[in-house]
Structures are given as structure tokens and as C-alpha cells.
Design a protein around this ligand. Sequence first.
Ligand SMILES: Nc1ncnc2c1ncn2[C@@H]1O[C@H](COP(=O)(O)OP(=O)(O)OP(=O)(O)O)[C@@H](O)[C@H]1O
Ligand SMILES: [Mg+2]
Length: 366
Amino acid sequence: MPDVRVVNLTKKFGDIVALDNVNLTVHDKEYFSLLGPSGCGKTTLLKLIAGLIEPDSGEIYIGDKRVDNVPPEDREIGFVFQTFALFPHMTVWENVNYGPKVKNFDEKESETIVHEVLELVKLHERLGAYPNELSGGMMQRIAVARALAAGAKILLLDEPLGQLDAKVRNEIRYEMRKMAKDLNLTAIHVTHDQSEAMSISDRIAVMKKGKIVQVGTPQELYMNPASLFVANFIGESNFLEGSVAEANNGELVIELRGGAKVHAFGKGLARDERAVVVIRPEVLTVEKPSYRGKNVLRGVVEKISFEGTFIRYVIRLESEDFVIVIKPSLTERWFDIGDSITLSFESEKAHIFAYPEAGLMEEISV
Ligand SMILES: Nc1ncnc2c1ncn2[C@@H]1O[C@H](COP(=O)(O)OP(=O)(O)OP(=O)(O)O)[C@@H](O)[C@H]1O
Ligand SMILES: [Mg+2]
């Protein structure tokens, strides 16, 4: 089965640029997610790939074949909507048989196909049931079965878990991935839920305002966010503002607001330039006030919340900035609310960015 490739794809609705010159390759049999805040263009990109809407400019390829002029039903793509869009008055069998019927397959052939795909999604024993008699997870499998029976080799899933409650959602998100993998399908899964995308995807494209801002494996995005936006959208981060006090071949000393100096690595920043230091909450260690080291931030414990597997601390720094520190619950704890403490981190684990022109809050807001 082939790659899906979009080249310089742009789509406008009146004045709104829903997709702005997007380039993307999704590999054969990959489980790929489009992740981004509401309105960033995820559904628009899926609909363009499916052929449900036409681009203003750009190209779409499935394998080597350019498909922008191919009608949707001939693209071998199945679209699974958030609502699953099953026909409520039709049984499981009739829902799945819909594609073959519309395509005028002969009856014997359709029957074989429908049996096969219902076996594949393990719902053969429910072929007489109506959608309202099925669980959310089952409806989702029927929606996939219907797409497969209609000849889909590529699954486009638009918030396929969106209708389900949080607990069920967490359970069956892995099933979605497993089903695609077992059936050797390429899947493009749209979500605005970063933990969902992180836990099931081979790779993720993070989108913002009609553009793809970074593509990578979940680990790559988490460990090496390419921008402040991604550092904020994927996982949790502390953002500390400062300016470059020394710059030596990528080795930087940053003077933070409040006067603390920290060492970090970052290219492209010159002396006196404004900068933002990004530190993940689990990277900070909590030390006694007497601690002397290279990268230290002094402050007071403002809040402690026990969250099961981990404890979250809010620390008010001398600069009046707040930072979050996360530690496993079982870590030894010798301090309490109101205690003075010192935070420390390894230079390699901080990320440095130039201060954004639009302002920090504007840049990272979703
Ligand atoms: N048919 C349309 N007519 C006018 N504007 C549209 C249309 N479809 C999408 N848009 C606009 O294009 C932008 C991108 O919309 P899109 O539906 O792709 O976002 P999304 O990332 O899927 O968001 P959500 O997470 O809320 O589903 C939005 O500003 C939206 O209002
Ligand atoms: Mg959408």
C-alpha cells in the first residue's frame, strides 16, 4: 500500500486560510496523527485527502498517482467521522454492505466481502444488530468495517474517539491502532488531545493556524520541541524569560528575570538577545536552600498536590515567576508549603528559544 503525500496544499474559505501551503508525507502502513488546537485545519486536510473538498492550490498523491482529480470513491480511502455516521435504521450487515451495494458489486461478491471484514473487526456475531444496540467501541469498529468493505486501504479518522466518555476513550484508543496495524492499513488520525496522539501514533504532525509546525515521533516532539508552541502543546513546560549574558559557540549563559544566571545550549542566539528557557517539570530537582551548583533557582514552595503516581509542586521563585515541578509520589520529601528550597537542572535538558516577536503568551496560546 502506498504513501500519502501532499505538496504545497492551500485551502481558503473566503478570507480564512484554513490550510497554508502544507507539505506532508505519511508512510505506507503508518499510524499517523494530525494534532492541533481547534480550527487549525485538521479536518480540512483530511477532507482534501479524501476528496470531499477541493484545494485552491497544491497536489495530493497516493503512491505515485496524483489524485486531486480522482473522485473520492476511487481513492481507496475510508473516512471515519467523529459521530461514526452509521445509518441508524440499518443493521450492522446493511451498514457494512452499503459500499459494495453503491458500487454495484454482484451479490455473491459483496456477501463475501462483508463476511470477511466483519470477521476482521470481530463483530461477525452482531451482524443483525442495529447501531443503537452497540457500544461506542463496537460502533467504531463497524465504521471501520464499512470503510474497508468499500475498498479503503487508507483510513482517515476524524476525532474517532471524540463521542466516547474519557474512560472508554482511553481503553479503545489502543484498539484503533491495533486494528489498523493488524489490517496493514495506513491511518491518519485527527485529534486535539495530545495524550491520545502521543500514546497511539508512530508519528505526529503538530498543526497551528493552517500550518504544520513540526513532524516527529512522540518521543522526538517531547524531547526536542522545535518551537515554544510545541513545547507548550506537547506535555507540560516551564517558561522562564531572560536575556543572553554570554554566548560562546552555542554555549550560553542566560540571565533570567530576577537575576539568576543559568547555563544552557542553543544556537542562533547572540549576546543581549531576549530568550526563553524551557524546562520540563520532571527535569527540575528540589534541593535544600544551602545547595550550591551551576543552574540554581531559589524559591518557596507555594503548593503541593498529590496526584496519585506523582506529586506536583508549585514553586514561587525569587523573581515572582512560578514553576511546576513533578516528582514520583514515592520520592523522599523533606519540605512543606512555605519552605525555602533550591531548584536545579542539567543544562542539556533545558531548551532555549529566542523571545518571540508576538510575545510569549501569544506565541504559545492555543
Ligand atoms: N466550509 C467552511 N466554510 C467556512 N469556513 C470553514 C469551513 N470549513 C472550515 N472552515 C474554517 O477553516 C478553519 C479550519 O477548520 P477545520 O475544520 O479544518 O479545523 P479543525 O482543526 O478540524 O478544528 P476542530 O478541532 O475544531 O475540529 C477554521 O477557521 C474553520 O472555521
Ligand atoms: Mg475538525
